[in-house]
Structure formats: C-alpha cells, structure tokens
Design a protein around this ligand. Sequence first.
Ligand code: SF4
Ligand code: SF4
Length: 162
Amino acid sequence: MGEITPPFRATPFWERPLDTLNDAEWEALCDGCGQCCLHKLEDADTGAIYETNVACTLLDCETARCTDYPNRKAKVPDCLQLTRETAGTLAWLPQTCAYRLRAAGEPLPSWHYLISGDRNAVIDAGISVAGRVISEDEAGPIEEHVMIEGFQLVPAPEEEDE
Ligand code: SF4
Ligand code: SF4
C-alpha cells in the first residue's frame, strides 16, 4: 500500500500575503464597510486627522457601496487607490480594514463576509457606515460633522427656524 497523505487544503487567498493576490482576489478582500469613503479633516497645526460622517458623492449612504466603482477615478480623482504597497502605511484607514489587517499579517475578523459568508455581517457588527452617514451633496459645512470620539456620529445642527 502506498503512503497515505492527509487531504490537501489550499490556503484561502485571504490568508495569503497581499503580494500574491491576483486582481480579483485583491478586490474581493474589501469588506465593503465604506469607512474609507468618508471625508477626513486634518489639523494644519498638529497633523491630527479627524473623521467626519460626510460621505463621498458617489457613496450610496444606505448601503455603503460605491455607485460607480468602475468609473470612480474619473468622477472622484482623489478616491483612494489602495495598493499592495500602501495598504499597510495609511494610518487613517480603520483598524478593521481588511487590507490593513492583511498587510500586518493579521487574520480577517469573524464578521468579514469571506469568513462568515454573510455580506450583511459587516453591518450587524457595527462596522459599516450604511445608514449612518450623510452625502457631501447634502451635508453643508463639513466642519460641523467632525467625529472626535471613535465612530460616534455627531448630528448636524438643527436648521434655524425662519
Ligand atoms: S468614488 Fe466610490 S470608492 Fe471612491 S471614495 Fe467615492 S464612494 Fe468611495
Ligand atoms: S476601509 Fe478597507 S475594507 Fe472598508 S471599504 Fe475601505 S478598503 Fe474596503
């Protein structure tokens, strides 16, 4: 009888180093949280970055999905283009960002759809911005939307009565 070998288990792409992923695998790594699609403010004196609840014009604020992903760079030139080189270098990316985690050699969280099999788990886990943000087209002055404590949303001031 020949030698018995254990069943072969290919390493899932989300456990492999980022520089081994093909383009489809790279795109599939995104959890769809939408956090990188929110505007940030930088303190000119200290360099501190403040998050806001104001979303890019192309973000569907109810689903946290980009409404024109294939053409996003043409419509929003400063849309972040994460690369295998930059994924681990951007301090303002959320700690939960799949690219940031994998760049650091960390595993994906249990709610990530590649692990849970559930695209909505990112919402149930409170990570997605879906339903929690406002489009830049409606937000008014962005300074009124700064979030300085975690991911707590600061509501825009009530409009004054006429
Ligand atoms: S263009 Fe799309 S992917 Fe880029 S920041 Fe806007 S909503 Fe996000
Ligand atoms: S923060 Fe990371 S995981 Fe979330 S939408 Fe942006 S690229 Fe995808």
